[in-house]
Design a binder for this molecule. Structure first.
Ligand SMILES: [Zn+2]
Length: 456
């Protein structure tokens, strides 16, 4: 996950159903994007709201894709490397090809859908307030972007600038799933939305039940068919979160699977759980999401209590079996694929340990759920990436204690998985013998484990 896809003919101005009209005056530059009927190119009219000297390409691809650029004065706009020289122009029009993003190995994108990232076609001023973008789409075709919706299009927030926001154009199925006072903007292509929509609805509801609301407003959720098959019995191959120019979550699925089959998979619980934290240190981010994927599927009744403990115990054991592990503080220096289990499950052990500690002491914040509730109230959606230290200091401010930073520092100093994770599992009542995991009701912390996983 990261701090994380159109010439001219008859067009229909894109207006999203149920758009939240925003009456505040529009500030920032205005982009009007017209996507051609073949989805091959975009014509972009830019009106500047203040003097701008240059527009910058977001990637090398944007330079290759640029077909023409003309100022309102009628003069051709000069390109100097990564820059378009727009000084002296109050508006301009440029045209860009829209090639599919080239990483299509994993995804079977339907022919009538164009999947791009904004860095491939959107030239932006370097320092800007906000960009307002409207779309004119060919009849019957839609656009999906992670940007914030406005009455007449979208606003690209200042956060994020890597341009990896996925922009989809074409024959898309779009469903708005209301959740509390926000909604999830679900887009599918090449998948059966009657199966996909209830699966996504269930997963976002599970996350919202952690503290009574969904952590971030209006995320874009894109579900596409995976090219490969046979690797996942549950039908969900891969998911990831992109936090750039908004929040986007993407899933690549086996389109033949049903809601019931996908509901047994942890991927959606994992990806949506990421949204409860800002973008932060990888092992912490992956760890919390890995902990909550298990907790949420237990609370939904998908996993029995024993099943959750079996999964956590086995994963902790695999992470603990990595030879010559680095201190967790240095985990990011080692190759991801070598350290994968440690990255995912050391952070999950920390989350479990934090949850048990908060629940077993008198006073203070009563659980990890409540701590994340406090974090959402103060700090989400986050405008920047957070260091692990920042995150845990904020946790302690919320809790008015040093519980979380102490735990974090202890983990940072540990060579691989901390040895006392096994001890904690023992006190929670998790027993292992002959490869089997079972649960001992008489253990001192058995009640806490049961409360964490209790159905909601
Ligand atoms: Zn993850």
């Amino acid at each position: 996950m990261g701090w994380t896809a159109s010439a001219l003919c008859a067009v229909a101005v894109f207006t999203a159903p149920g758009v939240d009209a925003n009456d505040t005056p529009v500030e920032g530059h205005r982009y009007e994007v017209t996507i051609d009927a073949d989805l091959d190119s975009a014509t972009i009219e830019v009106t500047f709201d203040h003097d701008v000297r240059y527009l910058y390409a977001g990637s090398r691809a944007a330079i290759a894709n640029l077909e023409s650029a003309i100022g309102c004065s009628g003069a051709t706009i000069e390109r100097r490397g990564w820059r378009l020289v727009v000084a002296g122009e109050s508006c301009m029009t440029y045209r860009s090809r829209l090639p599919d993003r080239d990483s299509r190995r994993r995804v079977a994108i339907p022919d009538d859908v164009r999947w791009t990232t904004s860095d491939q076609w959107l030239w932006k001023p370097r320092r800007t307030r906000e960009l307002n973008v409207g779309f004119s789409m060919p009849d019957g075709l839609e656009v999906s972007v992670p940007w914030q919706r406005t009455a007449d299009g979208f606003r690209i927030p200042r956060i994020g600038s890597s341009g990896s926001a996925v922009t989809l154009f074409g024959d898309l199925s779009k469903i708005r799933i209301p959740i509390g006072d926000t909604a999830v903007r679900l887009t599918g292509a090449g998948v059966d939305m009657t199966e996909v929509e209830p699966w996504i609805r269930r997963a976002v509801t599970d996350v919202a039940l952690v503290y009574g609301r969904f952590p971030v407003p209006e995320p874009q959720v894109v579900v596409l068919p995976a090219r490969s098959s046979g690797r996942s019995s549950h039908g969900v191959y891969f998911g990831h979160v992109i936090r750039d120019e908004g929040t986007a979550i993407q899933f690549y699925i086996d389109p033949s699977k049903t809601t019931a089959e996908m509901n047994t998979d942890w991927t959606a619980a994992h990806e949506f759980s990421h949204l409860m934290l800002p973008y932060t240190t990888r092992w912490v981010s992956e760890g919390f999401a890995s902990y909550y994927q298990n907790v949420l599927l237990a609370r939904r009744g998908e996993y029995s209590e024993t099943e959750v403990w079996r999964r956590l115990t086995n994963s902790f054991a695999k992470a603990g079996a990595i030879r010559n592990p680095p201190k967790l503080a240095n985990l990011g220096d080692r190759p991801f694929w070598e350290m994968r289990m440690l990255i995912y499950w050391s952070g999950a052990a920390l989350a479990l340990m934090a949850d048990v500690e908060l629940r077993s002491r008198p006073g203070g914040v009563a659980s990890l759920d409540d701590l994340l509730d406090g974090l959402q109230r103060c700090c989400l959606p986050a405008r920047t990436s957070w260091s692990g230290a920042m995150l845990f200091e904020r946790f302690d401010e919320i809790d008015d204690s040093d519980v979380m930073t102490s735990l974090f520092e202890r983990f940072l100093a540990s060579d691989g998985m901390p040895a006392d994770v096994d001890d904690l599992l023992g006190r929670l009542g998790v027993r292992r013998s002959a490869g089997q995991v079972w649960f001992d009701e008489s253990a001192p912390l058995a009640g806490i484990g049961r409360t964490i996983m209790a159905k909601r």
